[in-house]
Design a protein around this ligand. Sequence first.
Ligand code: THU
Length: 134
Amino acid sequence: MTGTGPAVDWEKLRAVARDAMSRAYAPYSGYPVGVAALVDDGRIISGCNVENASYGLGLCAECGLVSELHNTGGGRLTHFTCVDRHGDTLVPCGRCRQLLHEFGGPEMLLETPAGILPLSQMLPQAFGPEHLSK
Ligand code: THU
């Protein structure tokens, strides 16, 4: 799906993210979010935010996505997109960039309002699993 592989269908990925966004549970913020990612084996996974009456316990859409990643067989995230209630591209929050880094690494491609960028540009000098073994 990268390099010489087939072109990635970002529109399809956005459509999956929008569909997930339609199932968000965001009664407190009124800000539904949907995310979708391509995995290195070709599957597409998604997630939506799920809030809580105890506000600080709300789960970002990316939390659901990384859970689905592992619950459906693991693998590496290669391409990721996030949308707001209008279906427009949204940047993932800082904490979620760290979640994505764990499973996509610095080379994972991220759709942003400024274009497709590697995660390394959205989370420079990231802390990651390799630091723990040093
Ligand atoms: N949110 C996400 O789900 N992902 C992000 O990357 C940005 C923020 C959610 C959290 C909260 O439920 C709502 O958006 C407003 O912050």
